[in-house]
Design a protein around this ligand. Structure first.
Ligand code: FES
Length: 151
């Protein structure tokens, strides 16, 4: 085998071995923001009373909030009302500015958006721009160990 032929084969080998990595890099999905490392897998159809299970009380209390992006009610975040611990509040977790996922900041009793720093009150009201519209709110209740939300 001549030197030129050998180098040609080596070049083909290098290209072939790096192709899968190049394809994977090009098809990598962008990271999404998430309010919760443990999204609730519950995404069922509404019960006869219209409420939809979005997670368990244990999940909510363990994390301090409950996030479910795929519930039948849409992407929701449920937190305990800082002023009344036995009351829960459910809001859309989709920021009204450009659609990122808001995060619960228990110490500030605010929902904040990591994308452009909008902030929302527990009632969904805008506390800090650039968002100008409030977060949607949902009726919510606890039934046994389940956290339920009504769209
Ligand atoms: S998407 Fe939330 S502040 Fe811009």
């Amino acid at each position: 085998m001549e030197r030129r032929e050998f180098l040609s084969w080596v070049s083909v080998g290098v290209l072939a071995s790096s192709l899968p990595a190049a394809i994977a890099a090009c098809t990598k999905q962008p990271e999404t923001t998430s309010a919760s490392p443990t999204e609730s897998p519950l995404a069922t159809s509404p019960r006869p009373d219209g409420f939809i299970p979005v997670g368990t009380v244990a999940q909510m209390d363990q994390q301090g909030f409950l996030s479910n992006k795929q519930s039948a009610a849409g992407a929701v975040i449920v937190v305990r009302d800082p002023k009344q611990a036995n009351k829960i509040v459910a809001l859309s977790s989709v920021c009204t500015h450009k659609g990122c996922t808001v995060e619960w900041q228990k110490n500030q009793a605010l929902l904040t958006c990591p994308c452009h720093n909008s902030a929302f009150g527990i009632d969904g009201s805008v506390k800090k721009a650039p968002a100008t519209k409030p977060l949607a709110t949902f009726a919510a209740k606890i039934d046994g160990d389940m956290v339920l939300v009504k769209a």
